[in-house]
Design a protein. Structure first.
Length: 212
């Protein structure tokens, strides 16, 4: 599913307005959790972004570009025009790949309360409904495919501390019970995410902060 590209205050954003609610699982700053969503937003913010109310900011951005209903929104310091679309077996993912601040998930470093934005944001569309448990499983599949792509590219880390994932599927119909990397949906999802991130890592501009 292809987003619309908009501009606000000199920064680009990707917006998906849906024609019907989709069931989503999201770790985004706005609209996180599991539930039906009417839109998705992935917006570029400045490298020094320090707002302590990103959910309010996201809601304002969505209103300004005319998104309506219940939505979920992500932020990144990467230019979202460098998003990579990857599709296969009915699965479609759009990924913005920012790895300026990579880290290992099990690092001994102390927690970071206000991390600098860089962020790998994954927005994925699944062709069939999944149970809530399978959606959780699918998020884990995204994380595994992401880590595989980073390690294979020689990145010293499994991601960044601000990575976010949004997965959406039809809100009705028979619900698949599995979203792991060897399930029908999970396998296609893993391949699409791996391809998108691997491609994003090869785009020099995708690794540069917006405006730098």
């Amino acid at each position: 599913m292809t987003p619309e590209t908009e501009w606000l205050d000199g920064f680009p954003l990707l917006a998906w307005q849906l024609d019907r609610p989709w069931l989503a699982i999201s770790s985004a700053v706005l609209g996180g959790g599991v539930g039906e969503r009417d839109w998705v937003l992935n917006a570029t913010v400045p490298t020094g972004y320090d707002r302590t109310d990103p959910e309010v900011h996201c809601a304002q951005l969505a209103e300004r570009v005319g998104l309506s209903g219940n939505g979920t929104a992500l932020l990144t310091a990467v230019d979202v025009r460098q998003a990579v679309l990857s599709e296969g077996e009915g699965v479609s993912v759009t990924v913005t790949t920012g790895v300026g601040q990579p880290l290992w998930a099990a690092s001994a470093e102390p927690p970071v309360w206000f991390p600098r934005p860089g962020t790998i944001n994954v927005v994925g569309w699944l062709p069939v409904r999944l149970t809530e448990g399978a959606l959780v499983n699918a998020v884990a599949t995204v994380a595994e495919a992401k880590a595989q792509a980073l390690v294979q590219a020689g990145i010293e880390g499994t991601g960044t501390c601000t990575d976010a994932t949004v997965l959406l599927c039809p809100a009705d119909g028979y619900a698949e019970r599995y979203g792991g990397p060897r399930s029908l949906v999970g396998s296609a999802l893993a391949q699409a995410v791996h391809t998108a991130i691997s491609t994003g890592l090869r785009l020099t501009a995708a690794e540069v902060r917006f405006g730098s």
